[in-house]
Design a protein around this ligand. Structure first.
Ligand code: S3P
Length: 197
């Protein structure tokens, strides 16, 4: 886990798998803090079109380069609540940037993530299957997404843990409760930084 640093926290980055609540927690947190909210997936969609299409047409490697450029650009802004794409932790350059902010890992069990993803109407245009491959035999869409999330969690868990200063279980917490917990931590960090100044 990324250790707390001394200075005041003016940038919060939300990381975690698809469906972990980055967008909804981000909205609630930005409202609580009164800070602007930026979502890297939204930026990427505005600039380059629907994400599933970007993966299909230009490939994942190109998407990751675009994501890296957008992340670096967004992190020039402060104060900021930044909601990132689930794979933002894959590139080392991104992890270096994320460790400099107050990065929060939103975590939930794969079956819970799969349920949210299957119910979200944005899934077909925004969420390509990355690890699970084709639907196996009589597997349902929910089971396929559960497999996808289990594989991705196994691969990415150490990367989320590396960049995070705080971990929140969004399987048991509402977006508002999660945002309030993050805002409390930020207030505590900033009060400590103020008294150390
Ligand atoms: C991805 C997550 C998506 C989006 C893209 C790739 C990933 O973002 O960036 O489909 O690699 O996990 P969300 O986590 O916002 O759905």
């Amino acid at each position: 886990m990324n250790p707390d640093q001394q200075g005041p926290a003016r940038q919060v980055c939300l990381v975690g798998l698809r469906g972990s609540g980055k967008s909804s927690v981000g909205k609630a947190l930005a409202a609580l803090l009164g800070w602007p909210l930026v979502d890297t997936d939204t930026e990427l969609t505005v600039r380059h079109g629907p994400i599933a299409k970007q993966f299909a047409t230009d490939g994942e490697l190109e998407f990751r380069q675009r994501e890296k450029a957008v992340l670096a650009e967004c992190l020039r802004q402060s104060p900021l609540v930044l909601s990132t794409g689930g794979g933002a932790v894959l590139l080392e350059a991104n992890r270096e940037l994320l460790t400099q902010a107050h990065t929060v890992w939103l975590h939930a069990q794969p079956i819970e993530l799969a349920r949210r993803i299957v119910e979200d109407p944005a899934t077909p245009s925004q969420r390509p299957i990355l690890a699970a491959g084709e639907r196996a035999g009589d597997e349902t869409e929910l089971e396929r997404w559960r497999r996808e999330m289990e594989k991705l969690l196994e691969a990415r868990e150490p990367l989320y843990a590396e960049v995070a200063r705080q971990v929140i279980d969004t399987g048991t917490m509402s977006p508002l409760a999660a945002a309030a917990a993050i805002a409390r931590t930020i207030a505590g960090t900033n009060a400590k930084a103020g008294s150390n100044a």
